[in-house]
Ligand binder design. Structure first.
Ligand code: NA7
Length: 591
């Protein structure tokens, strides 16, 4: 099935086919409940259990906007954030070279015209400090901090079936009770430090890119540095570390497809034009496939001659950033032969760039292009032409152990003063599983999803057995295969509207029905199965985490931002079709 056909899969038809529609009855509008005031700090210093309308986990892009929307609607809401500051993934990811791979003019909130006009990005691909400044600016502008409790990790949450409320426990020993429990934990926040024997004996320093020191500056000067991992974090940090370190050894398990970001400062003229056109840009982002207004050419890569194809790929390569390369043809991710054309194009660039043919060969990926997240880099392949950089293929010569002096592969011991783990994340579900979440009948989320690769959700926002629990960019939503802020805004707005609807209709409990969840998970899988992503070895399939490799699954909805938005809106327009809504007073189920 070609990508275009995905849009024709009528998910709601499927629900209707399952007779769900008929099961739903209308609800009577009841009086709004009294809006509680936001609790003040004092309440949190006593042992009294605070009653809130909503608890939000995490103060990154998702949590900040969720707080804003719920507070605007008059719901008492509190955000709990483990970090000492707001920013989420951008608070923790301070490794050298950390930057976003979406262009900054698209990597921002669009809900506030005033904010769009006020904030000015300096470069095309924003660096971590600038994104963090932006999120702090947002927190101040909308006066969000007074409802955010920093340095507090939510350890557990359980649904009380008598009160229809969530009881939420924090690592400081306090608890709160909330009608709604909303996860804004992000998809990539549980750092994966591989279990390599001997790490505790290492006498040098070591860091994970996703948990980079905040107070101290890490210096590479005069040091022998090792980097394990060549995903985005490795590829971004390697060129920067190489410039400072005495010697850099890169331990590569799988080579990556990376294209130059061609980052540059924005001109005043460009920014002026962008700000003038944000209404149209915003519309395009919201209706697009991946949340950025790049038009994917509606043409097969196989319909062009090799010369024409090369011209098309070159133009995208020169534009900078993998999004443009991905948008060159409509069948790169669904047709093996088409995919091979772009894969071979990137390999040809590696061949041209890297002087030593043996090193170039090691750097050439052979899996399907973009089935692991492709990367936008600054001088990545060029870095391997430096004399102080060595590339070790640890698939050929696996790591045996970490020693006091460095890292030992089956072939040699590499002496190191500093080791960087750029080994990624327990993605999509890892951050949720850091909390002990229990729904109805004591069911734990971990048990339900069999540790992670086998997620079952309705719309990627809710999951059966966990009433009044919402996930922003949860598994089986478009999330990481889109420009995140666009997907985040869509989820936040949908959840906020839903909660307002529940209040307006006197509904106490919302829970997806088994049939709707089954249909959605099935739909996600059937879409993924039409693509080359489905059987890839990547964190999209959770295969980077040993314990999640089985049962296999695909954790992202590939139907596209615009199409997904329509599905979610239709569900809402039909009175939350596929959900069981239970009224407050009589506790009458709509099913
Ligand atoms: P990624 O993309 O998951 O990359 C992790 C890298 O670490 C990747 O090259 C892995 O190789 C490698 N890795 C993971 N575990 C090991 C072990 N045990 N031994 C050796 N090498 C290992 O994480 P990033 O932080 O770079 O990027 C995450 C996302 O953040 C990125 O996609 C953007 O969306 C932003 P593998 O490929 O698994 O063989």
């Amino acid at each position: 099935m070609m990508i275009k056909e995905w849009a024709r899969i009528g998910f709601l038809d499927l629900i209707r086919f399952l007779n769900l529609h008929d099961l739903l009855t209308s609800v009577t509008t009841m009086k709004y409940k009294e809006i509680k005031m936001t609790p003040n700090k004092k309440d949190f210093q006593t042992n009294k259990v605070i009653e809130l309308d909503a608890v939000v986990v995490g103060a990154g892009f998702s949590g900040l906007y969720m707080l804003y929307r719920l507070r605007e609607a008059g719901f008492s809401t509190r955000v709990y954030e483990a970090g000492d500051g707001v920013g989420g993934v951008w608070y923790w990811n301070r490794y050298p070279g950390a930057r976003c791979d979406s262009e900054s003019i698209y990597y921002n909130y669009t809900f506030s015209e005033e904010l769009l006009q006020e904030w000015t990005w300096s470069t095309r691909y924003p660096e971590q400090p600038e994104i963090l400044r932006y999120l702090n600016y947002v927190a101040d502008k909308f006066d969000l901090r007074r409802d955010i409790q920093l340095a507090t990790r939510i350890t557990a949450a359980s649904f009380n079936e008598t009160t229809n409320r969530w009881e939420v426990d924090m690592d400081d020993g306090t608890s709160v009770s909330a009608k709604y429990f909303i996860s804004a934990v992000g998809c990539l926040s549980a750092a994966n430090v591989p279990n390599i024997a001997g790490l505790e004996t290492f006498e040098g320093e070591w860091y994970h890119t996703g948990n980079w020191p905040i107070e101290e500056e890490v210096s590479f000067k005069g040091k022998r540095v090792g980097v394990i991992g060549t995903g985005s974090s490795g590829v971004q940090s390697i060129p920067v570390i190489a410039q400072e370190a005495e010697q850099l050894t890169v331990f590569q398990r799988t080579p990556q497809y990376s294209s130059p970001a061609r980052n540059h400062p924005y001109s005043e003229e460009f920014l002026k034009q962008t700000k003038e056109n944000y209404t149209e840009i915003k519309k395009q982002m919201r209706e697009s496939l991946r949340g950025i207004p790049t038009d994917r050419r509606d043409r097969s890569a196989l319909d062009d001659t090799p010369e024409e194809r090369r011209r098309v790929f070159e133009a995208a390569w020169n534009k900078g950033g993998f999004w443009y390369l991905n948008a060159t043809y409509n069948d790169l991710m669904v047709n093996e032969a088409a995919n091979e054309t772009v894969a071979e194009f990137v390999r040809s660039k590696i061949r041209e760039t890297v002087h030593d043919p043996a090193v170039a060969k090691k750097l050439m990926p052979t899996y399907y292009y973009a089935t692991k997240r492709p990367i936008s880099d600054t001088n990545y392949y060029e870095t391997y032409n430096r004399e102080n950089v060595v590339l070790v293929d640890i698939k050929k010569t696996p790591i045996q152990e970490i020693t006091a002096k460095g890292l030992k592969t089956v072939e040699a011991e590499h002496e190191l003063d500093l080791l960087v783990f750029a080994t990624g994340y327990d993605a999509m579900t890892g951050s949720l599983f850091k909390m002990d979440i229990h729904g109805k009948d004591g069911l734990s989320l971990k048990e339900k999803w069999e540790e992670g690769a086998n997620t079952k959700t309705y719309l990627g926002i809710t999951t059966v057995g966990f009433p009044n629990f919402f996930m922003i960019t949860g598994p089986e939503s478009p999330s990481v295969l889109t420009n995140m802020p666009v997907s985040i805004e869509q989820h936040v707005e949908w959840i906020a509207d839903c909660i307002e609807y529940l209040r307006g209709h006197g509904i106490d409990k919302i829970e997806a029905s088994e049939a709707a969840e089954k249909a959605w998970s099935h739909h996600c899988k059937e879409v993924a199965d039409t693509t080359l992503y489905a059987n890839s070895e990547s964190w999209y399939t959770a295969s980077n985490i040993e314990s999640k490799r089985k049962p296999t699954g695909f954790l992202i909805y590939l139907g596209g931002v615009g199409h997904y938005r329509k599905i979610c809106d239709e569900v809402a327009d039909k009175g939350y079709e596929g959900f069981t809504l239970t009224r407050r007073e009589k506790n009458v189920s709509r099913q």
